[in-house]
Write a protein that binds this ligand. Structure first.
Ligand SMILES: O=C(O)CCC(=O)C(=O)O
Length: 337
């Protein structure tokens, strides 16, 4: 199927996205970029708008679970739950010595002073505490293995419908009393606007490496929000990532939009012992509170993207973000070691 790059009206744009929704390996031409946007070309997922959008949200154009027939660790019932809620929590996926080893690996990575001033190591807005360490599947062989472990990558394959590659990886670290929160957002909104990810064919896998409980800032998600794309107000500032990774202000839904969605769908916060795995769709709205408890909360995230959905020119930013935020298909670990 060929996708035309000529200007589309909204209806046609939606039709084309839904035609390609379940079809891996489709050659496509980007239908929108910042430049053509100003010529009134419609994007199925427009955001970073200058005027308040008429509608709070637009319907998702891409199927959610695309690989039911593929082999993998998830049952059909688990895939059903993911399809319905936009996330799935699997308690105690990893236990015992294997979990201990992963936790030691995380501690070693987070305390490695060599990473302190690197761009892939992001500190808290008001301190030098590391908040996020990116590219961890390249920094650590052990985490690299985990990213291709069938229990994790196989689940991603069943969801996105083809073998994945790692678009992004990170450890988010929230030390006791000091770890700050994350504002509500859809990851896809940022990856589409700032990295050029065309469609919703990506899933995050977050292995919780410390117990996540109600007081240490567990991830909160709006079940069902993955089916609604919320366009956000405000142009992307230059080098937005330098501030947004510390505290995201652009690319966040309005309080009105969030109020409407939460009124309809509620909020859930899967919690559990270290070793649980949370899979969540790239468009599920999520956030987390600061950690005011004494217990640290640390999770490692792998974002799996479908190879035919690799990023190109950003849809609503002047230039692509650095590689550590959006790896290409052929990126090598050596760049980070
Ligand atoms: O780690 C968290 O609590 C939030 C993670 C998140 O939203 C992100 O890194 O985009």
């Amino acid at each position: 199927m060929t996708v035309k790059s000529t200007p589309l009206n909204a209806v046609n744009a939606h039709k084309q996205y839904s035609e390609m929704a379940d079809t891996p390996n489709v050659q496509r031409t980007k239908v929108q970029s910042k430049q053509v946007q100003s010529e009134q070309v419609q994007d199925a997922y427009p955001s970073r708008l200058t005027n308040t959008p008429e509608r709070t949200w637009l319907p998702r154009q891409d199927a959610v679970v695309k690989g039911r027939q593929l082999s993998g660790p998830l049952s059909q019932a688990q895939l059903d739950e993911f399809e319905r809620k936009g996330f799935l929590f699997i308690p105690n996926l990893i236990e015992g010595a294997e979990l201990d080893e992963l936790r030691q690996e995380m501690t070693a990575l987070m305390s490695n002073d060599e990473y302190r001033n690197k761009d892939f190591s992001v500190t808290e807005p008001e301190s030098q505490e590391i908040r996020s360490l990116f590219a961890v599947h390249f920094l650590s062989e052990r985490l690299g293995e985990l990213a291709s472990d069938e229990r994790v990558a196989g689940a991603a394959r069943q969801i996105i419908g083809d073998d994945p590659y790692v678009h992004q990886s990170r450890i988010n670290y929230k030390p006791g009393f000091a770890g700050k929160g994350f504002n509500w957002h859809s990851d896809f909104e940022t990856w589409h606007a700032e990295d050029g990810m065309p469609a919703m064919h990506a899933v995050s896998a977050s292995l919780i490496l410390t117990d996540n409980h109600e007081f240490n800032g567990p991830l909160m998600l709006i079940p069902g929000s993955h089916n609604k794309f919320v366009p956000c107000l405000g142009e992307t500032p230059e080098d937005n990532h330098k501030s947004s990774l510390k505290a995201q202000e652009v690319g966040v839904p309005s309080p009105e939009a969030l109020t409407e969605l939460v009124a309809e769908h509620g909020i859930e916060a899967p919690k559990g012992k270290a070793g649980g795995l949370l899979l969540f769709d790239c468009n599920t709205l999520h956030a987390s509170n600061a950690n005011l408890s004494p217990d640290p909360r640390s999770n490692v995230f792998f974002v799996f993207n479908r190879r035919d959905n690799r990023c190109d020119a950003p849809y609503a930013a002047a230039k692509q973000r650095p590689d550590f935020l959006a790896h290409s298909l052929d990126q090598q670990a050596q760049q980070y070691r």
